[in-house]
Design a protein around this ligand. Structure first.
Ligand SMILES: Cc1cc2nc3c(=O)[nH]c(=O)nc-3n(C[C@H](O)[C@H](O)[C@H](O)COP(=O)(O)O)c2cc1C
Length: 206
């Protein structure tokens, strides 16, 4: 699959996991793709915690379900009705969770390129996620990014040392197919905008 094809086919997956577990050889290929991402000062500030214990997956799924209810309850009635049928995670169905973590201390006190823009560290971890996501798409493996969690809860759940923060929980597992249209668009939550709206000339207002 070409890079463009993988970019076009990539989806955030929630409902299409087959229930099989991604095999370790494939998983390590995907992690290797993630680990080749560019990073500020070559700091490689990411770590990947692989979670397959049923008890841990269940605890996290219960926590996310609570956060989902809180989000729904804070919505105006019309938006709550649109949100209700939308699945926001596939934690148990995927069978594999990968917590992508960020270590601001990695790379020492002088990270080349991070002095004036501290967020470049987290940007780097997110690039590793995107590499993983595109490689997974090419392998027929679905990825679903879950962010409905309290970071302290997740840090405790996987025993993160002080100073290391979770950036994402990725649900990872084989899929039979990828949806053509993003779920949030299919369910009427929010559609994408055209590229021409995102491109500006010379200044933001241009
Ligand atoms: C930083 C980030 C956090 C996200 N968190 C969630 C989430 O908690 N639950 C969910 O269902 N999707 C989540 N998504 C997926 C987006 O909803 C999805 O990428 C978007 O709707 C576009 O769909 P597509 O990825 O299939 O193109 C997240 C995506 C990103 C980049």
């Amino acid at each position: 699959m070409s890079v463009y094809e993988a970019i076009r086919r990539r989806r955030d997956v929630r409902a299409e996991f087959t229930g099989e577990i991604v095999d370790d050889t494939t998983l390590w290929r995907l992690l290797d793709a993630a680990h080749r991402a560019p990073s500020v000062g070559n700091s490689q500030p990411w770590d990947f915690v692989l979670v397959r214990e049923q008890a841990t997956l269940r605890k996290f799924a219960e926590h996310v379900a609570q956060r989902r209810v809180e989000f729904r309850d804070a919505l105006p009635p019309e938006r709550a009705a649109t949100f209700e049928p939308i699945k926001i995670e596939g934690i148990l169905e995927s069978g594999t969770g990968i917590v992508v973590c960020y270590d601001h201390g990695r790379g020492g006190p002088q990270v080349l390129g991070r002095a004036t823009v501290p967020e470049t560290g987290v940007y780097s971890a997110v690039l590793a996620i995107q590499n993983f996501w595109l490689a997974a798409t090419a392998e027929g493996v679905g990825v679903g990014w879950v962010s409905f969690y309290d970071p302290d809860f997740l840090a405790d759940l996987i025993d993160l040392p002080e100073g290391i923060r979770p950036v994402a929980w990725l649900c990872v597992g084989p899929v039979d197919e990828f949806q053509d249209i993003p779920d949030l668009e299919r369910f009427g939550w929010r559609a994408g905008r055209p590229l021409t709206d995102a491109v500006h000339h010379e200044t933001y207002r241009g």
